[in-house]
Design a protein around this ligand. Structure first.
Ligand code: AMP
Ligand code: MG
Length: 417
C-alpha cells in the first residue's frame, strides 16, 4: 500500500507543500478569540481593540449651526426683498443669538454657531456687501445652504465604532465628540518570543568567528511593538532539546502566544521539532512559499505556538502572513484585507513553479502608471533588500517567469484596510 505523505518539513517533494492561503485559513480558523475585556480611558484606548459595539447617545451636530462665517436668513421672509437686509445681531460659537428672524432681518453667524430656529440659509461672508447696518446679498440662494443639520454626522443610537476596530485618532475624535470618557477594550495578550541557535550572540557581546548577532528578536520586537499586545523577549536558546523544552514550558506558563525563530528545518541542529513533540500538539508544515517554507504551528498548553524559520527575511514574511493573522484573530481585530495593486515590472523575474513567491520590491507611482523594481538580492538572509523595499511583488505559484514590462501584483507595505 502506498504511504500517504504528510505535509511536514521532512517531505522532499514540493507537491506536498501546503498552499499558503490554505495554511492561513487553517491557522485563523483554529485560533479562538480571547474575550478578556477591560474598561480604559478614551485617550488610553489609542491602538486598542474595541470589545463591544459603541453607540451614540447624542445627535452630532446636536444643534443646527453654521458651516461658514456669514449671515443667516429666512427665505420666506424675503419675498419682495431687493436683496437688502438689516443686521440685528451676532451669533458666535459658544455664544448663541437666540431670537427668531423677523422680516428682512439677518444676523451675523460664525462657523459652528447656533443659527436662529427659523433661519434656512447662510450666506457666506465673502458674498455680501455691508454698508452701515445693511447687508446687500446675492440672488440664487438655495434653501439649507451652509447649514449643518442636526444628526447629519451621527444620529442618536447609531453604532459609531464596531467591535473589533482598532482605535485610531479619528475614533478618539468621535468618542470625545460624544462625551464618552471610557470604553471597553480587549485586554492585551502576552506574546513571548525567543531565538534559537548556537551561532547567536547578543548585540552587546564581542563577535567571534562563526557567530552572528541575533537579529530576529529585534525584528520581532519591531513587528509586535505597534500591536495591542504585551511583548516578552525571552532571549536566546541553544540548539539543545532540553534547554528548548525548559524555555518553551516557561513561555507557555506566562504567554498567550509563543514565537520562536530557527531550528524548524531539517538541519542537524534543528531541535525544535523533537522538543515540541514532547510538549504539545504541533504540526510541522512545509508551505509552498518563498521565502519562509518551514513553519511549525500548534499549541503548548493554552498557548499558541509559531516556530518561524531562522533566516530573518523568512521570519518577517511568515510572521506577516501567518502569525499576524493568528494574533489578529486572537485579539478580535476585524478581518482586514491587504491591498494588492498592479504594477509594471522593470525586471525580468524568475522563480520555481509550485510555490508563491514574495519578492522585495520598490514601487513607484507616477501620473501614468505604477512601476516596480526588485530592491536587491532576494536571498532569505538578505535584510538590506527588505529595508530598501516598500512592497512585496507577489508571484503566483503557477508562474515561472515574468518579463520586464509585464504586469505583476504588488502588495504595498503599511497599507491595510
Ligand atoms: P535555521 O532556521 O536555524 O536553520 O537558521 C537559518 C539561517 O538563519 C541560518 O543562517 C541562521 O544562522 C540564521 N538565523 C537563525 N536565527 C537567527 C537570528 N536570530 N538572527 C539572525 N540570523 C539567524
Ligand atoms: Mg539554527
Amino acid at each position: 500500500m502506498k504511504k500517504k505523505l504528510q505535509n511536514n518539513c521532512m517531505n522532499e517533494f514540493d507537491p506536498n507543500a501546503l498552499d499558503e492561503l490554505d495554511a492561513i485559513k487553517h491557522i485563523v480558523s483554529s485560533v479562538k478569540s480571547t474575550i478578556r475585556k477591560e474598561m480604559i480611558s478614551t485617550r488610553g484606548s489609542l491602538g486598542r481593540i474595541v470589545a463591544n459595539d459603541i453607540s451614540s447617545s447624542l445627535d452630532i451636530p446636536n444643534f443646527r449651526n453654521s458651516a461658514m462665517d456669514g449671515y443667516a436668513i429666512n427665505l420666506r421672509l424675503l419675498k419682495l426683498n431687493k436683496y437688502i437686509l438689516t443686521l440685528k445681531g451676532v451669533s458666535l460659537a459658544g455664544k448663541p443669538y437666540i431670537k427668531r428672524l423677523e422680516k428682512n432681518e439677518t444676523i451675523k453667524v460664525m462657523t459652528g454657531s447656533v443659527i436662529p430656529d427659523n433661519s434656512d440659509a447662510i450666506i457666506m461672508k465673502e458674498m455680501v456687501d455691508i454698508i452701515d447696518d445693511k447687508i446687500y446679498f446675492p440672488k440664487n440662494i438655495e434653501k439649507n445652504q451652509n447649514i449643518r443639520q442636526i444628526g447629519e454626522d451621527i444620529k442618536k443610537k447609531d453604532i459609531v465604532i464596531k467591535k473589533g476596530e482598532i482605535i485610531n485618532h479619528t475614533h478618539l475624535g468621535i468618542l470625545s465628540s460624544l462625551g464618552i470618557s471610557k470604553i471597553s477594550v480587549i485586554i492585551k495578550p502576552i506574546i513571548s518570543f525567543f531565538s534559537t541557535g548556537d551561532e547567536l550572540i547578543s548585540i552587546d557581546k564581542k563577535l567571534k568567528k562563526g557567530m552572528i548577532y541575533d537579529s530576529n528578536r529585534y525584528i520581532l520586537y519591531g513587528l509586535l511593538k505597534n500591536l495591542p499586545v504585551i511583548i516578552k523577549d525571552m532571549g536566546v536558546v541553544k540548539d539543545n532539546e532540553k534547554a528548548l523544552i525548559k524555555k518553551l514550558d516557561q513561555c507557555s506558563k506566562l504567554s498567550d502566544v509563543i514565537i520562536t525563530t530557527g531550528g524548524v528545518s531539517v538541519g542537524d541542529a534543528d531541535y525544535i521539532k523533537s522538543a515540541l513533540k514532547k510538549l504539545g500538539k504541533i504540526s510541522f508544515w512545509k508551505i509552498a512559499i518563498k521565502p519562509g517554507r518551514p513553519l511549525a504551528y500548534g499549541k503548548i498548553n493554552k498557548s499558541y505556538f509559531f516556530g518561524l524559520p531562522g533566516n530573518p527575511v523568512s521570519a518577517v514574511v511568515t510572521f506577516q502572513l501567518f502569525v499576524l493573522a493568528a494574533i489578529e484573530k486572537y485579539i478580535g481585530i476585524n478581518e482586514r484585507k491587504y491591498i494588492c495593486i498592479k504594477a509594471i515590472t522593470k525586471n525580468n523575474l524568475s522563480k520555481k513553479k509550485g510555490r508563491v513567491e514574495y519578492k522585495r520590491g520598490h514601487l513607484v507611482q507616477d501620473s501614468k502608471n505604477n512601476t516596480v523594481s526588485i530592491s536587491g538580492l532576494q536571498g532569505s538572509n538578505i535584510m538590506t533588500s527588505l529595508s530598501k523595499a516598500n512592497c512585496y511583488i507577489r508571484l503566483e505559484a503557477n508562474i515561472s517567469e515574468v518579463k520586464k514590462g509585464d504586469e505583476v501584483n504588488v502588495i504595498p507595505f503599511n497599507i491595510k484596510i
